[in-house]
Design a protein around this ligand. Structure first.
Ligand SMILES: Cc1cc2nc3c(=O)[nH]c(=O)nc-3n(C[C@H](O)[C@H](O)[C@H](O)COP(=O)(O)OP(=O)(O)OC[C@H]3O[C@@H](n4cnc5c(N)ncnc54)[C@H](O)[C@@H]3O)c2cc1C
Length: 450
């Protein structure tokens, strides 16, 4: 029995997961993706001649990504993951402190040895983190319904009050800014507490064959059009007419339901011509108000003998941070090792990334490396440019109050049109997966009502 024909717009993690769940439930699904490949912000760049794969956006997942861990064996990806080492240098102008986040005990030991903290700071920090950890069982770290109770102040306000400014700048900021590229003043403590409640002793993993394997595997057997950019959605007496463009020209097709699995700004643009009975003012305001931070990721090759034995270097201490993380990921590439090379990735803050927008690549490569060497003097003076990815909409901002707004937004959804994407659950792969589950549940429920 054909239960209904559903279009999914976007083949990032949230779109690919939505498609898989709906197809498994017996719906007829078609995916439209404007790019030539799946993955979206979890996609990979390849140099086939050298056997190189570089994750240009998302690069790792953790042992507390419950949805992803459940999927790995189902998708046949379980044996293809690599546990990352977690030796991190905290770099401040005065000193470099080595932090070993490999296990719960090494993390606790490392934080007790942080040279910038006095014993009072360390004691307050330990109590603060223990309190957060004790909330693990009561929180779903990618559920707005669960997190909204904590969504009353920023990470900066909460941490400065609980552990003091020194511990905030020496430790707390490092748990947010290298991953979300935003100052901690702009991030709700709900996101931080949700994540940190799970992170004690967590393992970090990558896909050595490229993170885009995940979206590819999710889409296996699902009809998917690549290079197909959806232009508009129009109402067709309750169903939806979808107009899209590909290399062959313009096309239209009618669907019983649609899931917009894009960023919020794209979803807002696609839905703008729908009548209020399908897409109301409150939904419009919510989608148009979503802010994203930008990110510039610049990757280089260096000689292996010049590499430093850490997985990451991140800034520590007060003040603005332009480079938010220096990542060494060459450990994954046997071919590269044989060549005696190593990959270094530089990630810039939203503000610094925007300053590079529009500049020639050669200028960006040269300037970014000079800044990296000034920041982390262990880097060699010269590096060979490898790949550069600039994203204007890299990570959705989860500012204070956003979780409550998401809960209200979901209540406004109308039959036959749902939204998925990391901006609805959490700025990560697990958040994108969780958003797909909720979008699919809504669409299935609304089709049953028709
Ligand atoms: C630099 C960087 C590093 C990150 N690191 C990590 C990490 O280490 N771990 C982690 O868990 N998360 C990380 N993230 C976050 C993670 O990548 C995202 O949360 C997740 O990939 C978002 O998936 P999504 O499906 O919501 O959106 P997207 O991946 O943005 O998917 C949307 C898709 O829609 C397509 N699309 C847009 N418009 C149209 C249209 N009109 N028609 C058809 N298709 C369209 C896009 O091309 C895209 O493929 C990182 C993100 C960035 C940018």
């Amino acid at each position: 029995m054909n239960k209904g024909k559903i279009a999914i717009i976007g083949a990032g993690v949230s779109g690919a997961m939505s498609a898989r769940l709906l197809q498994q439930a017996g719906y007829s699904v078609q995916v439209f993706e404007k790019a030539a490949e799946p993955g979206g912000r979890a996609s990979s760049w390849r140099d086939p001649e050298r056997g190189l794969v570089l994750d240009s956006g998302a690069a790792f997942f953790t042992s507390f990504y419950a949805r992803l861990l459940k999927l790995l064996p189902e998708l046949g990806l379980e044996s293809g993951v690599h546990r990352l080492s977690r030796q991190i240098d905290f770099v401040s102008p005065e000193r470099i402190a080595r932090f070993n986040a490999t296990s719960l005990w090494s993390s606790a030991w490392s934080s007790m040895r942080l040279p910038t903290l006095g014993w009072g700071d360390k004691w307050r920090l330990a109590i603060y983190l223990a309190k957060i950890n004790s909330q693990r069982r009561h929180l779903d770290w990618v559920s707005p319904e669960s997190l909204r109770q904590l969504d009353d102040r920023s990470v900066a306000d909460d941490a400065c009050q609980q552990v003091g400014e020194r511990a905030y700048h020496s430790f707390i900021r490092q748990t947010i800014e290298p991953f979300w590229f935003l100052p901690s003043e702009q991030v709700s403590r709900a996101m931080f507490i949700g994540m940190m409640s799970n992170s004690a002793g967590a393992g970090f993993y990558s896909f050595p064959e490229g993170i885009d394997q995940l979206s590819r595997a999710l889409l296996s057997g699902v009809p998917s059009y690549f290079g197909a950019e959806v232009q508009t959605l129009q109402d067709n007496t309750g169903s939806t007419k979808l107009a899209w463009r590909d290399a062959d020209g313009d096309h239209e097709e009618i669907f019983d339901a649609v899931i917009c699995a894009t960023t919020a700004s794209v979803a807002a643009a696609l839905c703008k011509d729908l009548p209020a009975s399908r897409y109301c003012q409150g939904q419009r305001e919510f989608l148009e108000s979503q802010r994203y931070c930008a990110n510039l990721h610049v990757a280089y090759l260096i000689d292996r003998e010049e590499a430093h034995p850490v997985s990451m270097a991140v800034p520590a201490g007060p003040g603005k941070r332009d480079i938010v993380a220096v990542g060494l990921c060459g450990e994954r590439y046997p071919a590269l090792r044989a060549e005696g090379k190593e990959i270094i990735s530089l990630y810039f803050s939203s503000e610094a990334s925007q300053e590079y927008a529009g500049q020639p690549e050669a200028t960006i490569y040269a300037d970014a490396w000079a800044r990296a060497v000034a920041f982390y003097p262990s880097l060699p003076a010269h590096a060979t440019p490898l790949h550069l990815a600039m994203r204007e909409e890299a990570i959705p901002e989860f500012g204070v109050g956003r979780y409550g707004e998401i809960v209200e937004f979901r209540k406004l959804q109308k039959p036959g049109l749902a939204f998925a994407g990391d901006y609805l659950n959490g700025a990560c792969i697990e958040g994108a997966l969780a958003s797909a589950e909720q979008a699919v549940a809504f669409v299935r429920g609304s089709l049953l009502l028709v």
